[in-house]
Design a protein around this ligand. Structure first.
Ligand code: SF4
Length: 402
C-alpha cells in the first residue's frame, strides 16, 4: 500500500513532488548528486527489499524512454556538473549496451572529469561490450555484487552467479579502463562459519578492489527470507558469532590496508571512499530518477512510487510516496544519526552547532552522555563518534538519538 503523509493511496491518486517542493519553499533548490534506479532483476533474491521486477527485457526500452523524459524534466533541479551520480537497482547491467548508449548520451552533459559515476553490477552481467559503453558514458566506478565466494552460501542467499565470475568481472572492468572497483559482500549468512568468512576475505582481497562494502545479512520485514526465518526454515547466525565475524572483517581489512570509514564501508585511502554515499551520510541533497528511487532536498525526503506500470504511464515527474517534511528537531536527529555512521563521527563544532538549535537538546544531550558512560559513544576534543562496541549496536544507538 502506498501512503502519502500516512494516507493510503493508489499509485494513480498519488501526487508528484512539485507541490511539496513549492510548499516547502524548495521550488528552485538544486541537488548536485543524482541517484537512478534501474528496477529490473533476472530473479528476486529472497533477502532483498529493494524495488525491482523480474522481467524478460520486454520493458527495458520503454523504461529508458521514460527515464530520459524524467531526466529532461528534472534538468533544472540539478546543479551541474554533478558531483556524484549513482546508478543502482535492481540490476543496471541487465540493460543492453544499446540502451546504455542512450543513457550515456544523456548523462554526458551532466558530468565532467571530476564527477564520480558509479554503476552497480551483478557479476554474471558484466561483459566487454557493455563495459566499453559504460566507460564511454563517463562511468568511472563499478560496484560489483559479489556477496560471497562460497557456492553454498550464494545458494543460501539465492544468488545465482558462479563465484569465479566476480574475478572475471573485476578483470574485465580493469581492462575496460575502470579504475575504481568496489565489491559488495555479506557476512552472517545462514550456515557460514568463521573459516568460510576467512575464505571469502581471502578471495575478496586477492582481487585488490579499491573499496569494499561488507554488510551483515539483515532480515528485512516482508522479504521471503524473513518469513522463512519465522517459519523455522532458516537459522540465523548466532549473535556472538555475528559480532565475532564483524570484528574479523574489520581486522582483516585493516591489516590489508583498507580504512573503515563507515560502519560497513572500507576504502584504500581517502580518494577511494564512495563519495555518493558520503552525500547521504553528510546530509547533502540528492535527486531521484526511476521508480523506487529516494530523494532529498532540504527538509523534504521522498521516494518515487515503486510501481513500474504506473511509472511508465506517468508524465513529467512520477508519483511519489513516503513524503516527509522534517521539522528542525527531526533534521537534527537525522544528521546525528547519519554522521555517527561515519568513523570520523561529528566534529565538536558540528555537534554543538546541531545541539544549539535543537528543541530536543536536553533529551539528546542526556542520551549522548548515557551512551558515553556505557562505552558505546566517545567524546573528546575532536568530537563525538561510536566506539568499537558502539559500532556493533549502531542501529539501536542511532534510533535512540533520532
Ligand atoms: S539483491 Fe540485487 S539482484 Fe537480488 S533481487 Fe535485490 S536488487 Fe535484484
Amino acid at each position: 500500500m502506498l501512503t502519502v503523509g500516512g494516507v493510503p493511496l493508489s499509485v494513480e491518486q498519488a501526487p508528484n513532488i512539485a507541490a511539496f517542493l513549492e510548499e516547502a519553499g524548495l521550488a528552485t533548490t538544486q541537488a548536485s548528486s543524482l541517484y537512478l534506479h534501474i528496477p529490473f532483476c533476472f530473479h528476486r533474491c529472497h533477502y532483498c527489499d529493494f524495488y525491482s521486477v523480474v522481467d524478460t527485457h520486454r520493458q527495458h526500452g520503454d523504461f529508458v524512454d521514460r527515464l530520459l523524459e524524467e531526466l529532461a524534466f528534472s534538468a533544472e533541479r540539478l546543479s551541474l556538473p554533478l558531483k556524484t551520480m549513482f546508478v543502482g537497482g535492481g540490476t543496471p547491467t541487465l540493460l543492453e549496451p544499446s540502451l546504455w548508449q542512450r543513457l550515456g548520451a544523456a548523462f554526458k552533459p551532466l558530468i565532467d572529469g571530476e564527477t564520480e559515476c558509479t554503476v552497480e553490477a551483478n557479476p554474471e552481467t558484466v561483459e566487454e561490450p557493455l563495459l566499453d559503453v559504460l566507460v564511454d558514458s563517463g562511468v568511472n566506478r563499478l560496484s560489483i555484487g559479489a556477496q560471497s565466494f562460497d557456492e553454498g552460501l550464494l545458494k543460501a542467499l539465492e544468488r545465482h552467479h558462479a563465484p569465479a565470475n566476480v574475478g572475471r568481472a573485476v578483470r574485465l572492468a580493469r581492462q575496460a579502463g575502470i579504475k575504481r572497483v568496489s565489491l559488495d559482500l555479506i557476512f552472517a549468512i545462514p550456515g557460514q562459519t568463521m573459516q568460510m568468512l576467512e575464505a571469502d576475505l581471502d578471495q575478496a582481497l586477492d582481487l585488490e578492489p579499491e573499496h569494499l562494502s561488507y554488510y551483515a545479512l539483515t532480515y528485512e520485514p516482508k522479504t521471503p527470507l524473513f518469513q522463512r526465518r519465522a517459519g523455522g526454515l532458516v537459522e540465523q547466525v548466532d549473535e556472538d558469532l555475528e559480532a565475532a565475524m564483524f570484528e574479523r572483517v574489520q581486522a582483516r581489512l585493516a591489516e590489508a590496508g583498507y580504512a573503515q570509514y563507515e560502519i560497513s564501508n572500507y576504502a584504500r585511502g581517502d580518494l577511494e571512499v564512495c563519495r555518493h554515499n558520503l552525500v547521504y551520510w553528510q546530509g547533502q541533497n540528492y535527486w531521484p530518477l526511476g521508480p523506487g528511487a529516494a530523494g532529498k532536498l532540504g527538509a523534504l525526503r521522498w521516494r518515487n512510487a515503486p510501481a513500474l506500470p504506473a511509472y511508465l504511464k506517468s508524465q513529467q515527474w512520477p508519483a511519489v510516496v513516503d513524503v516527509e517534511r522534517l521539522d528542525e528537531a527531526g533534521q537534527i536527529g537525522e544528521q546525528l544519526m547519519l554522521g555517527l555512521r561515519l568513523n570520523a563521527g561529528l566534529s565538536g563544532q558540528q555537534l554543538e552547532a546541531l545541539l544549539a538549535n535543537d528543541p530536543a537538546s536536553t533529551t539528546r544531550r542526556a542520551a549522548i552522555e548515557g551512551f558515553c558512560q556505557r562505552g558505546l559513544l566517545e567524546q573528546d576534543g575532536m568530537g563525538l563518534r561510536l566506539t568499537q562496541q558502539g559500532r556493533m549496536l549502531g542501529d539501536g544507538i542511532m534510533a535512540a538519538l533520532l
